[in-house]
Design a protein around this ligand. Structure first.
Ligand SMILES: Nc1ncnc2c1ncn2[C@@H]1O[C@H](COP(=O)(O)OP(=O)(O)OP(=O)(O)O)[C@@H](O)[C@H]1O
Ligand SMILES: [Mg+2]
Length: 250
C-alpha cells in the first residue's frame, strides 16, 4: 500500500485537541488526527470508548465541546447551517446498522439522497446513477426489494451504494462488517478498497473486525482513554509488545 506520509503536511482532515463529554462522562479528551487525501484510516478501540462519537463530531451529528476539526480547509465547529450542509454533501457516512428506510425499496432508498440534494438533472440521469451505484456493489438484481427482503450482507452493500451515490470525497464507515460472516465480511472490506481506488476517496473506518483492519488500513489509530493512544501500520501494531494493543491483534 502507498505511503502517504509526505502528504500529511497538507491533510484533508486536521483534528486538533478535540474534546467531548456527556455530563460527567468524558469521552474524547484530546484527539489529534491528520489525514492526507486518499488515505484509509482505521480506528479501533473497545466498545463504548468513543469511536462513533469521534466521527459523529466530524459532521456535527454530535456537537464537539472544544477543538479544531478542519475538513477541506474549513473548521467544522464554526460553520453556519448552510456552510455545514455544503460540507456534509462531500462527506459520506455509513452508519453502524445501515439506516436504510424500511418502507422504501432499494431503488427508493438510493433515489432519496439524490432527490433531497437536488442532484439529478432528469429521470434518465437518476436511473443511470442508481444502476451505477448498484453495479458498484454487484446488486442490480435487488433494485425492487425492500430492506426486510435483504440479507445482512446485502443491506451493508446497499448502505454502501447509498453512501457512494453522492460521490463523497471522504467516507466515514462505522463498523461496516459487524454481524457478517467472515467471508461476506472480507467481501465488504474488498469492496471498500475497490471503491476507494475507483473514486480516490479518503476513508475513516471504525471496526472491531481484524480482517477488515488488515485489508483496508493504510494506518491504524487506537482510541483509548479519550486520546489516540497508539498509531501504526498493521504489521507494526501486530508486533507491538504493549499487551493492551496486542490483545486486539491476537
Ligand atoms: N448522544 C449521546 N448522549 C449521551 N451519551 C452518549 C451519546 N452518544 C454516545 N454517548 C456515550 O459516549 C460513549 C462513547 O460512545 P460511542 O458510541 O462513541 O462508543 P463506540 O466506541 O462507538 O462503541 P461501539 O464499539 O460499541 O460502537 C459511551 O459512554 C456512550 O454512552
Ligand atoms: Mg460505535
Amino acid at each position: 500500500m502507498e505511503d502517504r506520509t509526505s502528504d500529511r503536511k497538507n491533510p484533508i482532515v486536521d483534528i486538533e485537541n478535540l474534546k467531548k463529554s456527556f455530563q460527567d462522562n468524558l469521552v474524547l479528551e484530546d484527539v489529534n488526527l491528520k489525514i492526507p487525501k486518499g488515505e484509509n484510516v482505521v480506528i479501533i478501540g473497545q466498545s463504548g470508548i468513543g469511536k462513533s462519537v469521534l466521527i459523529k463530531c466530524m459532521v456535527r451529528l454530535i456537537e464537539p465541546d472544544d477543538g479544531k476539526i478542519e475538513i477541506f480547509g474549513q473548521n467544522i465547529p464554526t460553520l453556519g447551517k448552510d456552510e455545514l450542509n455544503t460540507v456534509r454533501k462531500r462527506i459520506g457516512f455509513l452508519f453502524q446498522g445501515n439506516a436504510l428506510y424500511d418502507s422504501m425499496t432499494v431503488r427508493e432508498n438510493l433515489e432519496f439522497p439524490l432527490i433531497r440534494n437536488k442532484l439529478t438533472k432528469n429521470k434518465k440521469d437518476l436511473e443511470a446513477r442508481i444502476y451505477e451505484a448498484l453495479d458498484n456493489v454487484n446488486l442490480r438484481k435487488a433494485i425492487d426489494l425492500l430492506p426486510s427482503e435483504l440479507s445482512g450482507g446485502m443491506k451493508k452493500r446497499i448502505g454502501l451504494a447509498r453512501t457512494l451515490i453522492l460521490k463523497p470525497e471522504i467516507i466515514l464507515y462505522d463498523e461496516p462488517t459487524t454481524g457478517l460472516d467472515p467471508i461476506t465480511s472480507k467481501e465488504i472490506s474488498n469492496l471498500i478498497i475497490n471503491l476507494q481506488e475507483k473514486y480516490n476517496t479518503t476513508s475513516i473506518i471504525i471496526t472491531h473486525d481484524i480482517s477488515c483492519v488488515r485489508l483496508t488500513a493504510n494506518i491504524i489509530h487506537v482510541l483509548r482513554n479519550g486520546i489516540l493512544y497508539k498509531s501504526g501500520k498493521y504489521n507494526e501494531l501486530k508486533k507491538s509488545e504493549d499487551p493492551w494493543i496486542n490483545n486486539f491483534f491476537n
